[in-house]
Design a protein around this ligand. Sequence first.
Ligand code: GLY
Length: 339
Amino acid sequence: MISRRKFLAVGSLAGASVLSGNKPLGMNVDDSVFTGSPIVISTWDFGIAANAAAWQILKNKGRALDAVETGVHVPEADPNNQSVGYGGLPDRDGRVSLDACIMDEFGNCGSVAGLEHIIHPISVARKVMEKTPHVMLVGAGALQFALEQGFKKENLLTPASEKAWKEWLKTAKYNPEINVENRLFSPAKLPGNQYNHDTIGMLALDAAGNMSGACTTSGMAYKMHGRVGDSPIIGAGLYVDNEIGGATSTGVGEEVIRNVGSFLVVELMRQGYSPDEACKEAVMRIIRKKPETAKKIQVGFLALNKKGQFGGYAIQKGFSFAVCDQNDQKQLIKSPSYY
Ligand code: GLY
């Protein structure tokens, strides 16, 4: 497993080769040998607390699937986190609607989109995976299924998020901002006319060498009712292939969906790209297709391969990700970025 310092050095070297158009010096997947050390990584600074919860399972030789579900429960239940779960900023109609998906080491997956009133959409997604013949349930059907499975119906709109929404209604301007995620922990500083969006995407490798991933969000704030982002879309917001590795994304979901971002990152790793090189190439696809759009938006990818190597890359500065392994449970790494 690479250390943080080594990771940063490898990242800059790899960046040069991607920019030059040469095939980068990636890992050879045939050389992929798992060291037996679990690791969990997740997007943004709130990933530190989420990783800590996941680590309690991983360190006791638990399954990566249980670790990622437990880990993302932390931001989902946090009323001060206005971009995931309870306390998430609502859509333009004032409704908090949640998107989430989960994927295990066997390629099983489950997803919910536009789910209202349930604090832990990730657990509903897992039930979809395990209890139904389907992959995805949406809206009223997802809620009906969750209630049938014993989930409790709750009001997810906190007073702080309701206040922000009412402020926003005064102008109702659609103006997604870059990295407002970083201000979410100071809600008092968040004017009501700001949009924000972000996601916790988590990838874990357990002591048995198996990988799972989870991705959960309240989506873009003040979105159109019914809008679905990348986070519940298998292949866009999350993808795991237990032979190769996994990837997840954060940022403007529409651009991730258009490029099937997380699947692309995993397929690039299959071709020999290292995680950071693969994330960079996925970002570059977005930038090359829509350079003017890309100047104004944020998208970040995060990847973990079967060796326990990890990497991230974003369009804009400001993306960070949390890493937790046996050496350090609280690493927060600033992602390299195009701008
Ligand atoms: N990446 C989260 C969203 O666009 O909804």
